[in-house]
Design a protein around this ligand. Sequence first.
Ligand SMILES: O=C(O)COP(=O)(O)O
Length: 247
Amino acid sequence: MIEKKEIKLIAIDMDGTLLNDQHVISDENHQAIKEAEEKGIHVVISTGRTRMTCDELVNSLELNAHLITVNGSEIWDEKRELVERQLLDIKHIEQMWGLTQKHQTTCWAATVNQVIREEFPSDISAHEWMKFGFDVKEDSIRELILAELKENPALEVTNSSTTNLEINAAGVNKAKALEKVCERLGITMDNVLAMGDSLNDLAMIKEAGIGVAMGNAQPFVKESADWVTSTNIEDGVAVAIRKWALL
Ligand SMILES: O=C(O)COP(=O)(O)O
């Protein structure tokens, strides 16, 4: 039985959480977020996406709050000024690029000004890298890559779906970024309600006062959460906001 806590900040993941399977924010989720803001609660979108791929959806919420992107690599303030950005080392990008070649997998990556999908640049060192991703349908190959990545203590390895791997610099995750946002606002992680569905949400779900997993979350995320809400296609975000922050 989890006790209710005073919620001063709500951190919400996007894909598989705030967004339905058509990548749309439902009216019900929109309304619950609006009511939370009206109550004076900071609503912080905390996503693996880059500004380029989340702005339109985030702006539609008209929030007056910080924003966390690329799994915590970037923190933006209410005016969308950059507070902090953390990069991956070039040698680690080269290592991961080597792994995609070795295992013949699909990869993608986020630099500070683009999301790279098909054409991987030959001048790796000319870019500033924030995240590297592998898409691997075959479990055995994904596990091999995961094992190699885990040997490198400079990397933070998570996922945003069961068939991908997402890599940031060690110590970069949504929980660390949220702690920094909380510090700026003078609140503690105990007053945070965080919700998500994948391993890139795990740290914030564990460290928040109330950590909520979506009904569609990966099993380990559900096991680690304080509470499991409905799925992303059943307005699970609104359900959790109403249960933990609005009553
Ligand atoms: O990494 C992604 O692109 C998925 O983003 P999410 O963290 O909002 O689910």
